[in-house]
Ligand binder design. Structure first.
Ligand code: BES
Ligand code: MN
Ligand code: ZN
Length: 505
């Protein structure tokens, strides 16, 4: 896709489709009045007809009259006072998705109505980045993974034109290019997550990671079962042993071993990669079990974020650990009540084989620390409880100490992603006591979300944040701005966090 920033007025731009963002209950003044007049009164007429409302993410298709573009799509931005990074990405994505199935080679988007919003520093550049990212994310279509011709797919445009009258073209162009790369990274994570379990086994995920590593000059170490066992990854191996598709601990690295970034961190991003979560012997009910191919979303996000950081700031030190397994029942599967030794030496009583994410992550976190990590963030579809508590629009997060948690949240803000902090309540730790081991992997249902965080904390000694994306990683229903299936959530947060440590000299 060609990206072009123009400083012309929107009525002078020629494209197959011109996107006009419109605020709620629009008043037709200034440039919007000009656009309406040149469209032959089309915009005012559609507003009177209540087709054009300006409601956030609502779109309308309009004729162009004397305008040089082929069609208009209006997209509602709602109340401009409440625009933020997340909504700007979604507004652009909604416009792109409105064009599903249509023939569009060039798409022009008028940025001005989006740039006035509060809380956006360097507004015009930020908006250019977020809009470009939104178009790329909006063009994502999961059906195209396995089918050749998908009638309803959003168009893959040849040219994206961003219209910013009076803007600094070079700066806007650079910002928009960053946005495209961000969007492509999220889409990479989505495709990996959406692919079926008979297509992506842990071995195949490791091969995908290897291809990405080669493409972006990253080093990669794929730990196979024999070495994982030798190293002592007892929890990781306990989850993997039920399947005939053997597990893989995928370790990717940018920069030298133990190398610190500009913030003196050796940052590690760690992902849960359960290629299929049947629950194991503690088998899940069959209702919606097919969705459990998405239980690898955290690992896919980590792998994609490694690539994005390498594209945006090559050489920035970063460690990525993706723990890939299949959680299956079988003659070799771990049984409830089995006691295993974690990589950090703790004896864990596996009371529920469906609480497998924390087992593989525990060993992955320990491994990341042994590889020199000074700061850790893990991303995982860890609990159904987080989806019940927070729904699908906000990711649950734990972390300690607080300044590190806050640093991760600042990256989340820059990424336009929402999180809500959950507490690590000390007094609940004894509720995970085991008769036989140091702790069990699943306690009573009360406070189970908090206990999932407390369990992971047993396997870290450095500043750490855990992002539970079980509610946000996968949409059962499409929205105006996103297809159904994997969302790529938290990819941008991880990238922003890593880029904070990029060298600027
Ligand atoms: N992968 C699931 C969590 C999940 C649920 C992800 C729904 C996405 C959508 C996880 O491994 C799991 O099974 N968690 C259990 C934990 C329990 C056994 C302590 C859960 O949430 O029920
Ligand atoms: Mn499970
Ligand atoms: Zn799981």
């Amino acid at each position: 896709m060609q990206l072009r920033v123009v400083t012309d007025q929107p009525w002078d731009v020629r494209a197959d489709v011109l996107v006009i963002p419109v605020s709620a209950d629009p008043t037709f003044e200034g440039p919007l009045d000009e656009l309406d007049q040149r469209s032959g009164g089309e915009l005012r007429a559609l507003a009177a007809f209540k087709e054009l409302s300006g409601k956030r993410y609502a779109t309308a298709l309009a004729a162009t009259g004397e305008l040089p573009s082929g069609r208009i799509v209006t997209v509602g931005l709602g109340d401009p006072a409440t625009l933020d990074r997340e909504t700007i990405v979604r507004i652009a994505a909604s416009a792109e998705r409105r064009l599903g199935g249509r023939v569009v080679r060039s798409l022009a988007i008028w940025l001005t109505p989006l740039t006035g919003s509060a809380g956006l520093d360097g507004a015009a550049n930020t908006v250019a980045e977020l809009v470009a990212r939104g178009v790329v994310e909006g063009s994502y279509d999961p059906k195209s993974i396995y089918l050749d011709a998908v009638e309803s797919a959003p168009p893959q445009v040849d040219e994206l034109i961003l219209i910013a009258p009076d803007g600094d073209r070079a700066a806007l162009q650079a910002a928009a290019e960053r946005g495209v790369i961000m969007g492509e990274g999220a889409n990479t994570a989505r495709t990996l997550s959406n692919r079926a379990a008979n297509d992506i086994s842990p071995e195949v995920l490791a091969e995908e990671a290897r291809a990405i590593a080669e493409r972006h000059d990253l080093s990669i170490d794929v730990i196979e079962p024999e070495r994982a066992t030798e190293l002592g990854m007892g929890m990781f191996m306990a989850v993997g042993r039920g399947s005939s598709n053997p597990p893989r601990m995928i370790v990717m690295r940018a920069g030298g071993e133990g190398e610190r970034d500009a913030l003196d961190r050796h940052l590690a991003i760690v992902g849960k990669g359960v290629c299929f979560d049947s629950g194991g012997i503690s088998i899940k009910p069959s209702e919606r079990m097919e969705e459990m191919k998405m239980d690898k979303a955290g690992a896919c996000t980590v792998i994609a974020a490694m690539a994005t950081v390498a594209r945006l700031a090559p050489g920035t030190p970063l460690l990525g650990v993706a723990a890939a397994v299949e959680n299956m029942p079988g003659p070799h599967a771990t049984r409830p009540g089995d006691i295993v030794t974690a990589l950090n030496g703790k004896k864990v009583d596996i009371t529920n084989t469906d609480a497998e994410g924390r087992l593989i992550l525990g060993d992955a976190l320990t491994h990341a620390e042994r590889q020199g990590a000074t700061h850790l963030v893990d991303v995982a579809t860890l609990t159904g409880a987080v989806a019940r508590a927070l729904g699908h629009l906000v990711t649950g997060a734990f972390g300690t100490p607080q300044p590190w948690y806050d640093a991760v949240m600042q990256a989340g803000d820059r990424a336009g992603e929402r999180y809500w902090q959950l507490p690590l309540i000390e007094e609940y730790v004894p509720e995970m006591d085991s008769w036989y081991g140091d702790l069990q992997n699943s306690g009573t249902a009360e406070g189970s979300l908090i206990k999932s965080g407390l369990f992971l904390r047993e396997f870290v000694t450095k500043p750490w944040v855990h992002l539970d994306i079980a509610g946000t990683a996968y949409f059962r229903k499409p929205t105006a701005w996103a297809a159904r299936g994997a969302t790529g959530v938290s990819h941008a947060t991880l990238v922003e966090l890593a880029l904070a440590g990029a060298r600027t000299d």
